[in-house]
Design a protein around this ligand. Structure first.
Ligand code: ADP
Ligand code: MG
Length: 253
């Protein structure tokens, strides 16, 4: 709605790697409570854009604003405290920790419990009262019953849900998901899509990088299409996939 401060705003953001203009002048605004998608062919700059937003790669130029506050000079390690959480393109769970302990890592990042973080994984292994944030994240991702399992005992789709639970336990305002359904079957994809839709409560803003056009249409409220580091179209998913520039760049027609 007009007049509200976007959760995330990018102003002319660019990330160049030498001569490679991975992201080349992107401006956009994300509002709370909506699910946004980014589509684009391989190498179009989607993951680099996520890395720029999460401060894992420096900006060549441009500005990032979170809830109206400039964050382009903020350290990546501080972003969790500012309400940004992400999942990665490949599953990154700690194999020696249970589901509960993996999700607890997210809750600890939220509380900024530095003593806990100094203790490291050995500290996380110690039995402790499960925090309310962990129980809530487990419930929201429908992982009840899996709390004492180890990642290797879980299906790939369930491991993905644990990663999302860990991110949710951080209590984010903005959740970034880079190809969360890579390697999943249709049933698992539909589950992740339904999960994301169910998480639109409490003003959570979600940004999904997605290859599967149907998944994107089913899940997102608004979509940005990228090619060669630039936005070539944006709008309602069904309109964006019909856009001639998108058809040519992304669908190869
Ligand atoms: P996508 O996620 O859309 O597939 P990427 O953001 O991974 O695209 O990559 C965009 C472009 O930037 C590609 O040409 C890729 O080779 C290049 N690139 C990405 N990361 C780096 C890096 N760390 N160093 C050099 N080039 C990179
Ligand atoms: Mg990528």
């Amino acid at each position: 709605p007009a007049g509200t401060t976007p959760v995330l705003e990018l102003r002319d953001v660019a990330v160049h790697f030498g001569g490679v203009k991975a992201v080349d002048g992107i401006s956009l605004q994300l509002e709370s409570g909506l699910i946004y998608g980014i589509i684009g062919p391989n190498g179009s700059g989607k993951s680099t854009l996520i890395a720029a937003v999460t401060r894992l790669t420096p900006l060549t130029r441009g500005e990032l604003l979170l809830d109206g506050r400039p964050v382009h000079d903020v350290a990546a390690s501080r972003l969790a405290g500012l309400g940004v959480a992400r999942t990665f393109q490949t599953v990154r769970l700690l194999p020696d920790l249970t589901v509960r302990a993996n999700v607890q890592i997210g809750a600890d990042a939220r509380s900024g419990d530095e003593a806990q973080q100094r203790r490291g994984p050995a500290g996380w292994l110690r039995p402790r009262a499960a925090s309310p944030a962990v129980a809530e994240a487990v419930a929201r991702t429908r992982l009840e019953g899996f709390e004492d399992h180890y990642p290797s005992e879980l299906s790939y789709g369930t491991q993905r849900r644990v990663e999302i639970a860990r991110a949710i336990a951080m209590g984010p305002r903005l959740l970034l998901l880079d190809e969360p359904t890579a390697g999943m079957n249709q049933t698992e994809r539909a589950e992740i899509s339904a999960l994301m839709r169910s998480m639109r409560t409490d003003g959570l803003c979600q940004l999904l990088v997605e290859h599967d056009v149907q998944m994107m249409i089913d899940t997102c409220d608004y979509v940005f299409a990228m090619n060669s580091g630039r936005l070539i179209a944006q709008g309602a998913p069904a309109d964006v996939v019909q856009d001639p520039a998108v058809q040519e760049a992304y669908l190869g027609r």
